[in-house]
Design a protein around this ligand. Structure first.
Ligand SMILES: [Mg+2]
Length: 224
């Protein structure tokens, strides 16, 4: 089937990519926070699972989009659970999307600057790199924890531009988070792409606020 490109590739020099839900299947994170952690809490506190699920939903909502949401130390302290060990127990669920490597390799071959910009904590990032060897396909991996602010914040974009010189008019940013895409738009990044299928176990989201991709491989013929 013939597709039209979602991105005007001739206008793109730099590509900034999110990790979870964009290059990696979000099923791991959804399963971890919404199933594994409530289960561990229920065992530890001897509470019904429904209660710990409700607790996690409420606690996550309080810090959603803030640095703590992504911070392993925050959750480790708050829940008194060994988060990294718990992640390791289900590390086999950390998987790349099947279109990720062809997309990254095509980007590299096209000579564009490619940078991973994730809100994931360094601890999560290193586990995910270990499981996926993502670092052999992208030269620069940035955790926003190094800046102390997340992609939802304008401060992050200002700091990032100092470190990774990019022309916002000639940059593509890909992320599965709509609030983060809005923050990038406010900063002035001209080309934005959302992900319609971040979690392989869930139906398509039907995103309409931004162009949204289902299979990156459809873009490859247009990249040169
Ligand atoms: Mg994401």
């Amino acid at each position: 089937m013939q597709h039209d490109p979602l991105v005007p590739w001739s206008q793109i020099d730099t590509v900034l990519l999110d990790m979870d839900g964009t290059l990696l299947d979000l099923h791991f994170d959804n399963h971890f926070w919404l199933e594994v952690i409530p289960q561990k809490l229920a065992e530890k506190l001897n509470q019904p699972l429904a209660q710990t699920k409700a607790y996690m939903t409420a606690e996550c909502a309080k810090v959603f989009g803030e640095i703590q949401w992504y911070c392993l130390d925050f959750w480790q302290e708050k829940l008194d659970l060994d988060i990294v060990s718990a992640k390791r127990e289900i590390q086999h669920l950390i998987t790349l999307r099947e279109d990720t490597i062809p997309f990254l390799d095509a980007l590299k071959n096209s000579g564009r600057e490619v940078v991973l910009v994730t809100n994931a904590h360094r601890g999560s990032l290193s586990l995910k790199v270990e499981m996926t060897q993502l670092d052999s396909h992208i030269t620069r991996l940035i955790s926003t924890h190094d800046y102390g602010v997340t992609k939802e914040s304008q401060q992050l974009w200002q700091a990032l531009q100092q470190d990774v010189p990019f022309d916002p008019q000639r940059t593509l940013f890909v992320d599965d988070s709509i609030p983060i895409l809005h923050a990038a738009k406010t900063f002035g990044i001209a080309h934005l792409l959302c992900v319609d299928n971040p979690d392989s176990r869930k139906p398509l989201r039907g995103v309409t606020e931004f162009p949204s991709v289902v299979d990156y491989r459809n873009e490859i013929p247009f990249m040169q």
